[in-house]
Design a protein around this ligand. Structure first.
Ligand code: NAD
Length: 376
């Protein structure tokens, strides 16, 4: 089998595989074509790919010769036209939100896998790009907040007086939220966190943060560890608690999301009105609508002295380690679909292969994507 690694487009700086992954794939008897300059924004030269056993070729050749095409982002319109029916497309293309793209794949009869749909089971943990990228985002969000803040993060007792530590509020204590707590604690801040899943409480406390308790949250075991939509009564109580805590915080990191839906609104304009000038809000949910009412995706807004940063792609600002984590996850997934002689081996009985496969032979295999498209 020939695997083709494509160069990303636009502002993306990551690459889906690094030379260390190429070496491991070559050991599995896979031939690898790497598009010229694929790794350059992640500080990885073509020569390093060649040394690892890949052939570096123009983009056109990758599309002509590879059996399997791999990149991180969704394909561009012009790329879809180049993908042949017998080729397999693998990237992270957000099929729960991008129904138009899924329909396009269906129409062309392509076999496609979306790495952001890997089931969240223990066996799939080593392939879970959402967790890896959320780890990068949680960490980077806190570092950005610390740089923007007009005050210190840690407490200081100096001859010039005592400096109080920063108060950081984390909304959503999933993978990104927990990493944000850990980073903020390492920098010496006092941290409070809030989530609707009761399982998050112990995790928050074990990282040295306080859990903001609001009673009456809805949970659903069938949601696979994810949050579900909350009742109106709960939302009102939650709003009051968040408003009170936000008013005392120097930093709010928003990470709350519900897969396939708009992000919950947790910081309305009135809550921001009560925050101290100089405070910083980082909204990691910006691309799905944001947790803060004033967030603008990919923009920084200053409102009454409060800086609101809508940023959902911090991994692109940490290109090398984000690529390292993505590459290891992608390699672990590829191992599942590679046979002993390096051939393609698609076993749809395997829950990870089936759950990650979005379209195959003009059918949608992923159940959640299927229900969204058929009920649209
Ligand atoms: P996510 O990005 O979908 O959401 C982030 C957090 O926001 C979640 O903790 C969610 O509960 C919270 N949230 C949603 N709505 C909220 C609201 N209205 N108010 C406050 N908080 C709200 O989730 P995620 O971080 O990707 O993962 C969530 C959980 O899934 C994890 O904590 C873990 O238990 C589980 N998980 C399992 C695996 C695995 O087993 N392979 C991998 C990753 C995550």
């Amino acid at each position: 089998m020939i695997l083709g690694l494509l160069k990303e487009h636009g502002e993306e700086t990551r690459v889906a595989l690094l030379p260390e992954n190429i070496k491991a794939l070559a050991d599995l008897k896979v031939n690898i074509l790497v598009e010229e300059h694929a790794g350059e924004n992640a500080f990885t030269s073509d020569q390093l790919y060649i040394d690892a056993g890949a052939k570096v070729v123009p983009r056109k050749t990758v599309f002509e010769e590879a059996d399997l095409l791999l990149q991180i982002q969704s394909p561009l319109k012009e790329d879809i036209a180049l993908i042949k029916e017998k080729q397999i497309w693998i990237s992270a293309f957000n099929p729960l939100m991008d129904s138009e793209l899924v329909r396009e794949f269906l129409k062309k009869g392509l076999t496609t896998f979306s790495l952001d749909s890997i089931p969240r089971t223990s066996r799939a943990q080593a392939m879970d790009i959402l967790s890896s990228m959320a780890t990068v985002s949680g960490h980077k969000a806190v570092l950005e907040a610390a740089l923007r803040l007009p005050t210190f993060f840690p407490m200081f007792m100096t001859a010039a007086g005592t400096i109080r530590p920063a108060n950081v509020l984390i909304l959503g204590a999933g993978v990104a939220g927990l990493q944000a707590i850990a980073t903020a604690r390492r920098l010496g801040a006092q941290v409070q966190a809030f989530d609707v899943r009761s399982a998050a409480k112990e995790e928050v406390k074990s990282l040295g943060a306080k859990f903001v308790e609001v009673e009456g949250a809805s949970e659903d075991k069938a949601a696979g560890g994810y949050a579900v939509e909350q009742t109106e009564e709960f939302k009102k109580k939650q709003q009051q608690a968040i408003n009170d805590h936000a008013a005392k915080s120097n930093v709010v990191i928003c990470t709350a999301q519900i897969p396939g839906r708009k992000a919950p609104l947790l910081l309305p304009k009135e809550a921001v009105d009560n925050m101290k000038p100089g405070s910083v809000i980082i909204d990691l949910a910006a691309s799905t609508g944001g947790n803060c009412e004033l967030t603008k995706d990919n923009e920084t807004v200053v409102y009454n002295g409060v800086t609101i940063i809508g940023q959902s792609n911090y991994p692109a600002q940490m290109s090398l380690d984000a690529s390292r984590m993505f590459g290891k996850n992608a390699f672990n997934f590829l191992k599942l679909i590679i046979g002993e002689a390096g051939e393609l081996n698609l076993n749809f009985e395997d829950d990870i292969v089936r759950g990650t496969c979005i379209t195959h032979q003009k059918e949608i295999l992923n159940e959640r994507v299927k229900s969204i498209i058929t009920n649209a």
